[in-house]
Design a binder for this molecule. Structure first.
Ligand SMILES: NC(=O)c1ccc[n+]([C@@H]2O[C@H](COP(=O)([O-])OP(=O)(O)OC[C@H]3O[C@@H](n4cnc5c(N)ncnc54)[C@H](O)[C@@H]3O)[C@@H](O)[C@H]2O)c1
Length: 269
């Protein structure tokens, strides 16, 4: 058996109403139709069992949601995210504080052999430039301490890019501890995705940078393509894969790293 199947399992998805999360509900329905619990601001239209209306920028709301979720959980998909069109505090809360807090709170309910998968982004590819800062942030204990560390700090890049860097570093950092619990942790790092959020990135990152990425990848990746990779990493088919940030960008980052593609092309465009 490939293990790429969720029959009889329970999975938790954040941000299941639109975009990648909506695609994930479709993919899961095709992969054994597990019990799906969705945490979002809005009720999803896709196949799911339980919707818990949750504002992920609020720790209290997350704690209230966690109290309603029963284990055992086979996979937690930390997928919800917002762009820099939202206020900085909201971006930092939804994209960093929430997935870490939710994972910590649900970890005792995640089964041995289970998985945590986060939707990060290719926008976080420069994490190594700020590795000490990310590790210092992640060493803070709990939501409040991390929020305090972030408050007013010069992040050295945009809030959104910083959050996606942090999630990649967190994915690597947590692998050892979660291995001890029999739980894998990975992230996916998409180039621009054909979802409602992409218009926000055109607004915040500008047409030149966005078109460069889309042209370099050949096109936008679809929500379903990203969802399929999320599902794979969340399934037993991805056994022994942990601590990985998997680009889904049609080779764009690989081309940049090896000099086959240059950002300077953007400046001239
Ligand atoms: N769209 C892109 O180009 C792109 C590229 C790389 C990574 N990503 C990442 O992909 C993930 C999914 O984004 P998407 O493109 O599908 O966008 P989307 O806006 O279609 O979906 C985001 C989902 O998160 C939910 N959400 C937003 N704020 C919330 C909050 N405070 N509480 C609860 N739920 C909330 C929304 O209701 C929605 O269902 C995000 O983490 C995003 O950062 C997106």
């Amino acid at each position: 058996m490939s293990g790429f199947d969720f029959s009889g399992k329970h999975v938790v998805v954040t941000g299941g109403a639109t975009g990648v999360g909506a695609g994930l509900l479709e993919v899961l329905a095709e992969l054994g139709k597990p019990k799906v619990t969705v945490l979002d601001l809005r009720e999803p239209t896709g196949t799911h069992d339980t919707f818990i209306e949750t504002n992920l920028s609020s720790r209290e709301a997350i704690d209230a949601a966690v109290a309603k979720i029963d284990g055992p959980i086979a996979a937690l998909f930390n997928n919800a995210g917002v762009a820099d069109t939202s206020q900085r505090e909201i971006v930092l809360a939804v994209n960093i504080l929430a997935p870490i807090h939710l994972t910590e709170a649900l970890l005792p309910k995640i089964e041995n052999g289970g998985a945590v998968v986060t939707t990060a982004s290719i926008a976080g590819m420069a994490w190594s430039q700020r590795l000490p800062q990310h590790l210092e942030l992640l060493a803070q204990d709990g939501w409040d301490a991390r929020a305090k560390w972030l408050e007013g700090r010069d992040l050295g890049t945009t809030p959104y890019a910083f959050t996606k860097e942090t999630m990649q570093v967190w994915t690597m950092r947590e692998a050892a501890r979660l291995r001890g619990l029999g739980v894998r942790i990975n992230s996916v790092c998409p180039s621009p995705i054909d979802t409602p959020l992409v218009k926000d990135f055109f607004e915040t990152m500008g047409d030149a940078a966005m078109n460069f990425s889309i042209d370099a990848a050949g096109r936008m990746v679809t929500g379903r393509e990203v969802a399929t990779l999320l599902a794979f990493l969340g399934s037993p088919a991805a056994t022994f894969v942990s601590g990985q940030n998997i680009d889904i960008d049609n080779g764009m980052r690989a081309s940049l790293v090896t000099g086959m593609l240059s950002f300077s092309a953007t400046a001239e465009a």
